[in-house]
Design a binder for this molecule. Structure first.
Ligand SMILES: *Cc1c(COP(=O)(O)O)cnc(C)c1O
Length: 375
């Protein structure tokens, strides 16, 4: 038996017939940039997220970078985010000219700890970027409350949380802006790089459009110095087709996640609890003491796994300059040493998930350390 970590090919097969004539249409029109399908996707995605605007950009990293700039965040400003994120979040802060300030995660949810956010605020703090890691929204009520009291902007990194809900609001519709990646492996993924920003604010939206398109609304009239970061037409065609299926695909992920959770109860590995919100399971992450042995045991049974992420941001060479050594963010560091991402994608079958869970139980028995013996 082979269980892949992720399967992008089946969705391509399913969509092939639907997409082929639409690709042909784009090729015939040659409207590769800013074709009508881009605006159609932006409208549909805004409606889906429950926001007034959605602006297509080139990728999720640009979404974060340009969102910071649109909010006026730049040199001299500090931006707070979680130590346990993908480096794109912190790269975007630096790209905007601001300083990265990391804080620890909440060990129950893997999302940023609001108390740590509050403690890290200085007179230079301008914004906070909660990351809806693995598909579960961060504790947004607490974060929005801190932001309002302390005058901070909130940029949601929703790159792993397309379609997730937080107390009746979609991820990306709660802060000043929501940032999305449509990287192929994300819950809503293009056939290449793509990204988007959501907001309810007309001015921020207008500024984002300028920034993403060389500072111009009208060709060759450059109001500000901008960037080239656009969602191209072929990607918009793919995203329109996939958006119509996103809720069903997220439901399929939820079904497999519920199955994993039930099957791994008292197995000796720790599963993720859904803390305060609806989760779209971009990743299904367990924790285990003997991770390397577990990876090998699963591999021997044909099961592929991943680690998201093996190093917290501050312990990567790229961020050594922050001067935050081991011990700086203990929850993020402990998680990084123990987390393991199991196969998770909408087409994962009940039988495959069952096989994975059984394999984990067998592996625990093989590699058991005293801490892992089921109680
Ligand atoms: C994928 C991702 C990004 C960056 O998206 P790209 O489209 O790859 O630039 C940012 N933040 C998080 C949490 C992500 O998972």
């Amino acid at each position: 038996v082979e269980v892949p970590f992720l399967d992008l090919k089946s969705q391509c097969q399913v969509l092939k017939a639907e997409l082929a004539p639409q690709f042909d249409e784009v090729l015939s029109s040659a409207a590769f940039i800013q074709g009508p399908q881009v605006a159609r996707f932006e409208e549909a995605f805004a409606r889906y997220c429950g926001t007034k605007h959605a602006i297509g950009v080139a990728n999720g990293t640009d979404a974060l970078h340009l969102a910071l700039r649109a909010l006026g965040v730049g040199p001299g400003d500090e931006v707070i985010t979680a130590a346990n994120t993908f480096v794109a979040t912190t790269e975007a802060i630096t790209a905007a000219g601001a300083s990265v300030v990391l804080v620890d995660m909440d060990p129950a949810s893997y999302t940023i700890d609001p108390n740590q956010v509050e403690a890290a605020i200085t007179p230079r703090t301008r914004a906070v970027i909660p990351v809806h890691l693995y598909g579960q929204p961060a504790e947004m009520d607490a974060i929005m409350d801190i932001a309002r009291r302390r005058g901070l902007r909130v940029i949601e990194d929703a790159c792993q949380a397309h379609g997730a809900w937080y107390k009746g609001h979609r991820a990306g519709s709660i802060g000043d802006v929501g940032c999305f990646s449509f990287y192929p492996g994300k819950n809503l993924g293009a056939y290449g790089d793509a990204g988007g920003v959501t907001t309810n604010d007309d001015e921020i939206a207008a500024r984002l459009r300028l920034l993403a398109n060389h500072g111009s609304k009208v060709k060759y009239q450059h109001e500000i110095e901008g960037f080239n970061s656009r969602l191209d037409t072929l990607q918009a065609v793919v995203l329109n087709a996939k958006l119509a299926r996103l809720d069903a695909w997220n439901d399929a992920r939820r079904a497999r996640a519920a199955q994993y959770a039930a099957a791994l109860e008292r197995s000796g590995v720790t599963t993720q609890r859904v803390v305060n919100s609806d989760h779209v399971w971009h990743l299904y992450v367990i924790q285990t003491e003997a991770r390397d042995a577990m990876i090998e045991a699963l591999k021997a049974r044909g099961i592929a796994t991943g680690i998201h992420y093996p190093y917290p941001v501050h312990l990567t060479p790229a961020y050594a300059y922050l001067g935050k050594g081991p011990g700086s963010y203990p929850h993020a560091e402990r998680a990084a040493a123990r987390i393991l991402s199991l196969p998770m994608f909408p087409e994962l079958t009940e039988e495959q998930a069952d096989y994975v869970a059984k394999a984990i139980r067998e592996a625990v028995a093989e590699v058991a350390t005293p801490e892992q013996v089921p109680v």
